[in-house]
Design a protein around this ligand. Structure first.
Ligand code: E4P
Length: 266
């Protein structure tokens, strides 16, 4: 698997040298507290005040792009920048927001090919991605918890999906009260495995990037997936385990994460 850093923290990205990076509003909020981004924050606010409209929304958009641009100085691949989650059930507003993000990147000299627009995998988000992909704006469909969302994304021709692991486990633990999962029967790992296998058996070109990890066991179980986006804390734990983070995480997702009873038979 290609390693992707799930952070807006530039120092962490320098340290772990991932292929790509993914951001989301809460990661950017955290990153915005870092000393190296204080000037970006001031510039984004000044820009938003001049642009008019909702200053906070405008400043967040501008800040996301300036942090994304910084990240692209370091990673060789792409950066994911998310559309405001409040628009997740509005296709037209999501498309407009994504076009604005791409226009801001392009004004700053960044080619659209280096950006993935992150959208929630709602019906409306997937419809927005289908429009954007036809304009050459590549999309990363996030908050993806099920095979039917994954199939809808592939049929819409999206560039990449981020099926979640940890949030499925969080839900499972909270709803069953159980806390005795291993990577082999972790419901989040099983969900991503099933999606990955389905995609590969159908020959879908959409990239599968496992996301939302809670421990290194989940990451190791999904090694071999196209990409994995991992927080700096877990990247550090992987490095501590292996000495160094290899170019990527090798492995065969199909062999490593076969559940005792395949989900298809459950
Ligand atoms: C990445 O694309 C996601 O935003 C991230 O992995 C979510 O992780 P969380 O479930 O820990 O918030």
């Amino acid at each position: 698997s290609l390693v992707v850093a799930d952070t807006g923290d530039i120092e962490a990205i320098r340290r772990y040298q991932p292929q790509d990076a993914t951001t989301n509003p809460s990661l950017l909020y955290k990153a915005a507290q870092l000393p190296q981004y204080q000037q970006h924050l001031k510039d984004a606010l000044a820009w938003a005040e001049k642009s008019g409209g909702d200053v906070i929304a405008q400043a967040s958009m501008k800040l996301a792009v300036s942090i994304g641009k910084e990240i692209l100085q370091i990673v060789p691949g792409v950066v994911s920048t998310e559309v405001d989650a409040r628009l997740s059930f509005d296709t037209r507003a999501s498309v407009e927001y994504a076009r604005k993000l791409i226009a801001l990147y392009e004004q700053d000299g960044v080619a659209r090919e280096r950006v993935l627009i992150k959208l929630a995998s709602t019906w409306e988000g997937i419809a927005a991605a289908s429009v954007l992909e036809r304009e050459g704006i590549h999309c990363n469909l996030t908050l993806l918890f099920s095979q039917c969302q994954a199939v809808a994304c592939a049929e819409a021709g999206v560039t990449l999906i981020s099926p979640f692991v940890g949030r499925i486990l969080d839900w499972y633990k909270a709803s069953t009260g159980r806390d005795d999962y291993t990577a082999a029967d972790d419901p989040g790992v099983l969900s991503v495995t099933r999606i990955y296998e389905y995609y590969k058996s159908r020959g879908y070109p959409t990239i599968v990037m496992g996301a939302s990890f809670r421990n290194t066991g989940e990451i190791e179980a999904l090694a071999g997936c196209d990409k994995l986006t991992i927080s700096p804390q877990l990247l550090q734990e992987l490095q501590d385990d292996d000495g160094e983070l290899a170019e990527g995480l090798g492995g065969d997702i199909t062999a490593q994460s076969k559940p005792e009873a395949p989900l298809s038979e459950a």
